[in-house]
Design a protein around this ligand. Structure first.
Ligand code: EPU
Length: 344
């Protein structure tokens, strides 16, 4: 039934940055599109669950997985072309995102510097429309190619097709990130030549000032962002985590006004649609969870939005802490926190 590159009972503990234990019943390391075509044509049962694993940096493994893990490892990066306005750069879905960003900067193509050092793979970036320091990947996205696992055919998705939102895309809206229906193979970015540094996000001006940089080039801005991230976000190799554990809630302006009146320190960011994004990390800190532990897991001492594994945690421990934090934030602020990582 399975092509011979499919392995059995593979341990996933090193394949997720929260270092949660679990075995994959079936596992395939995908290095080329042809393997996907073979799998699509193999007549696998409809009941077999399929999940595409990238860097495992946005994943909560609940335990053993009885389906097929497709471990994304398609490599390659190239300049596809350029016109007067932009460079068009593509990368295989299995390329490391932070290495790809670094490479584009080394080539002299700025535009992705605010997304420096975000863990994970290129193929995962559009699925949850990764964002940081005032930029979302949707703003630099051109198109992607994905394999339809029902037919084995490659399909092209434009920026509009992808229906990007805050940490959201068509792939999430359709549940394809969980069903494995479409597997992203390559992503193309459009990097405008009319480059302007994006330096307005809260922490950036102070960091640039401390570095004595007034008009940063893209490399200097990337360096400042890398330093900020390293200070605030724990390195998963030292302290396993999955980045921000909750979305920042986006609420209506009237609710935000009421909350701000009661809690003047609440960080609020107006969205283009008039709604207000509020800082989940602040809500969690105010609920007393910054640096606090529940068994083997806890909320990080320097950034309360990061859930960390202090050693030996399971998916159940993570779920229990998640529910406890959600409940306490709901009781104090009447705000529902939704988790950012995917639960498998
Ligand atoms: N804050 C607190 N206490 C905390 C954490 C944050 O009061 O423990 C306050 C900060 O002082 C600040 C505000 O909350 O006023 C926002 O904090 P921060 O700038 O650290 O960013 P964030 O909103 O917590 C988001 C993204 C991060 C991204 C950073 C920087 C989400 C869910 N998270 O975090 O993305 O790196 O902004 O742009 O949107 C990720 O998605 O995994 C991720 C790390």
């Amino acid at each position: 039934m399975f092509p011979d590159f499919v392995e059995r009972d593979v341990n996933l503990v090193r394949s997720n940055t929260l270092a949660l234990p679990g075995l994959a019943a079936f596992y395939a390391r995908i290095t080329c599109v042809d393997q996907l075509k073979q799998l699509a044509g193999a007549g696998l049962p409809d009941t077999l669950r399929c999940f595409v694993l990238g860097g495992g940096s946005n994943l909560v493994l609940s335990g053993d997985f009885d389906g097929l893990i497709l471990h994304q490892a398609i490599a390659g990066r190239q300049l596809l072309g350029e016109d007067n306005e932009a460079w068009y750069v593509s990368a295989g879905a299995g390329e490391s995102w932070p290495e790809f960003v670094d490479w584009t900067l080394n080539q002299g193509w700025p535009g992705l510097e605010n997304l420096a050092l975000i863990p994970g793979m290129v193929g995962a970036a559009p699925i949850q429309n990764i964002g940081a320091y005032g930029l979302e990947v949707a703003e630099r996205f051109h198109s992607l190619q994905a394999c339809d696992m029902r037919s084995g055919e490659l399909k092209h998705f434009s920026r509009d097709d992808c229906r990007f939102g805050y940490r959201d895309s068509l792939f999430k809206q359709q549940g394809w990130h969980l069903s494995g229906r479409f597997v992203i193979t390559e992503v193309t970015f459009r990097l405008p030549k009319a480059w302007q540094p994006l330096i307005h996000y809260a922490d950036i001006p102070a960091e640039l000032k401390a570095r004595g940089v007034v008009e940063p080039n893209a490399r200097q801005l990337a360096e400042a962002i890398v330093a900020l991230r390293q200070r605030k976000l724990p390195d998963p190799k030292q302290l396993p985590n999955a980045g921000s554990f909750f979305h920042n809630p986006v609420i209506d302006a009237a609710t935000a006004q009421r909350l701000s009146a009661a809690y003047p320190g609440l960080p609020c960011y107006r969205q283009p649609d008039g709604r207000i994004k509020i800082a989940a990390g602040w809500l969690i800190e105010q609920s007393g969870w910054k640096g606090k532990r529940l068994g083997a897991v806890g909320m990080y001492e320097n950034q309360a939005l990061i859930l960390v594994n202090h050693g030996g945690a399971t998916g159940a421990d993570v779920a229990q802490l998640m529910r406890t934090v959600q409940q306490e934030v709901r009781e104090k602020f009447a705000i529902d926190l939704t988790p950012e990582p995917i639960f498998l």
